[in-house]
Design a protein around this ligand. Sequence first.
Ligand code: SF4
Ligand code: SF4
Length: 474
Amino acid sequence: MIYHPEQYAIKDERMKPFIDCEEIHSFLKNAKPSKERIREIIAKSHAKNRLSLEETACLLNTEDADLIEEIKQGAKSLKEEVYGERIVLFAPLYIGNLCTNDCQYCGFRVTNKKQKRTTLDTEQIRNEVKALQDTGHKRLILVYGDHPKYTPEFIADSVREVYKVKSGKGEIRRVNINAAPLSIEGFKTVKASGIGTYQIFQETYHPETYSKVHLTGRKSDFENRLTALDRAQEAGIDDVGIGVLFGLYDWKYEVLALVRHVNHFEAAYNVGPHTISFPRIQNASELNIENKYFVSDADFIKLVAILRLSVPYTGMILTAREPAAIRDEIMSFGVSQIDGGTNIQPEGYSSKGRDNQDLDSEQFEIMDTRSLAQIINELIENDYLPSFCTACYRLGRTGEHFMEFSVPGFIKRFCGPNAMLTLAEYLEDYASPEVKEKGYKSIYKKIENGIIANKEAVLERLDKIKNGERDLYF
Ligand code: SF4
Ligand code: SF4
């Protein structure tokens, strides 16, 4: 993997704001895509080079239907080459929805008096995690509102609690966090609890729009949020997740700003973000956003393909905010992680069940209500490899170390084999007999087709899993 910090290596400083609206707008104004140029850019991405802002702007300005199709196909083949057929699965677990901010797109905002406020206690956390483990989950992202109650110590304690829960053969092996920005000391406290990724979305990188939709509270400080993941890096959290809430401002500007954020990390920390997320606004209790910048399905697919090409090495997360049909379609253009069996109501996994969606107790509306079992079944039928792999973070392959690996080799050496091993665990412990049969058939077919490098070692470990061993990885 070659990546180029470009000119930002000279001008970017750690923990200093880096977004220049005029610069981003001028790239968008001046980028002139020709057929030859677009093909050159796709080829550069296929050589595993992160694209520059100018190159990304060219892709964004492409309006010719045939060329857009080439961009989508380019993203599809890059995804297959870099990520193979594996799709990593996780679930969000909302720990508490107290919040002092007033984000106009969020059901949890402080001015929404209809919202039922809850913070899970230790017993409730255990019940939720147990329920998630009993469906087969191994990776969670814990979500917290922004409130004085959710101190770094509180977050760290809840992470430790999650790791302690063991139900049957189940366990959570990686806990990621989505919470408010912290100080460097705060991030250190949370890191010490053994988290994987710390995820903070800028929501919009356009300062004026940012001020319009974040009315009060700490989150109204654009620059504090923009530099939050720098502080995480300074605290030693080198797996960080960035994201935009599409629908607040011009989607082309936001895609370019995400790439600028990537540049900033590369320039300042010699590491890219671990994941990029691209939620679109969904209905929420007391939603107060005009629809001027809402993103159509066609543009959404295009932007996912462009992000895939622009940052070939970074994981891309598509959540259950999107309906099942869109998720299925977009997955092939670059997505490497999805959530499954998602329920974002307090105690939603352990007691309520998913038929009782109640907008006044959740952050936004969930559109894909399939269970984890259904999603796994469908992934297998569509020739994907569902994965619960957590190997890299547990073996210290994070941050700069992660970047050192050659990503295409990663698939054959690590991701593919680990997907097979974790899927086999799922098939043994949680799947119906039909899915078990289908799943093993798919695994052995893929092994025969040569998608992994270490066939003998994988076959040996698959046998061990069938004989009751667990948690084997490369
Ligand atoms: Fe609070 Fe986050 Fe919702 Fe804003 S988006 S109101 S910070 S929970
Ligand atoms: Fe992710 Fe690493 Fe597992 Fe691949 S091997 S799925 S990059 S944790």
